[in-house]
Write a protein that binds this ligand. Sequence first.
Ligand code: 3BY
Ligand code: FES
Ligand code: FE
Length: 424
Amino acid sequence: MDLIARSQLEDPLVAAREATADMLSNRARNFSLPQPFYNDARLFALDMQEIFEKEWLFAGMTCEIPAKGNFMTLDIGDNPVIVVRGAEGKVHAFHNVCRHRGSRLCVKDKGKVAKLVCGYHQWTYELDGRLLFAGSDMGGDFDLASYGLKPVNVRTAGGFMFINLADEPPAIDDFLVTLEHYLEPYQMEHVKVAAESSIVEQANWKLVVENNRECYHCNGAHPELLNSLQEFDDTDDPRATPAYKALVARKQTDWDFDHVPWQLKRFGKRNRLTRTPLLDGTVSMTLDGQPGCKKLMGRLTNPDMGSLRILHLPNSWNHFMGDHAVVFRVLPLGPQQTVVTTKWLVHKDAVAGVDYDPEQLRRVWDATNDQDRRLAEENQRGINSLAYQPGPYSQTYEFGVIDFIDWYSERMLSNLGHEVPSLH
Ligand code: 3BY
Ligand code: FES
Ligand code: FE
């Protein structure tokens, strides 16, 4: 919206901002949030303004736009965004909004173009966002240079693309350097998408993320996933058994031998990277735990890489194994609606039907995603009841959820311009 016009209208969320800051400043730590955080339209608008329009978001993988002119689009709430590969391999991101009369520019999810051409009146932009051509008669003093696409901050590392809609994005460099290092064995320029799914969950985005941050529900919900996944988060998991710790130590020796990073790294509560073993005897998140792709990723020669887990709040978690990787992206659609996009990655020279069967490869996480969707939707339905009141998270089983809600509360308060209370 035009900035002057916006300032002339009263912000309808003034009261909601105060109430939100108040609820977060006074929340019971280690308890789920009050109901409005999960179902109120004003709270949802604030989540979009203060979290999704201000924090770094996972957009997609560089392998999805491998060559000049390849683009992908995504919507951050009301903000359509285009990510495009320009000259010399440079990744650009723009608001996907034409500078003529504001039409959405690229309407496809992905594709390849020579120039970015608006479908309405054919204003034509270079891949770096410069306006090249604006119809036949815009008047003699029309200055093309004033009507370039509005840029969106974009950073890439280890094959991941992150975008940020803020004027002054928070620092992210330390995480990106580590991400690059941890992904080096996977040679992410030699990767392709083998399968992809997007599912819409009738649940607030925070319920989707909360569900992912714990495995308290795994035993009851995920038979396919538990053929390979250890329910322990890491060696610092309070439930970790001596047998698990011994397995971890054994695998870490193998990974060191292959010069593959595994150490737990955290960047605040926003990012966490760690490599953890799968169940002994299994090497991949497939139904039988055996490789789903015969050709291993990158420079790897040992399929037994466990899973490199990469968390990026607010909207991504990922598993990198020896034979394939699974990357997840969460985007809110409404107060009680979220889209979860999953992509299965393999070596780009792996051949479908020969080295891997895409249907087999995706089976475990298709099943797991659907199970998690049901859990999040039932969680939403109960929370909508007048009976709902915030309930306690288990510090033994749900520490990841506590961390997520702490991160969310801290970022929300800080972005609202409020003081962040100390957590201790
Ligand atoms: O594997 C995951 O991505 C998460 C972590 C624990 C439960 N959930 C399935
Ligand atoms: Fe894009 Fe007119 S709105 S060319
Ligand atoms: Fe789950």
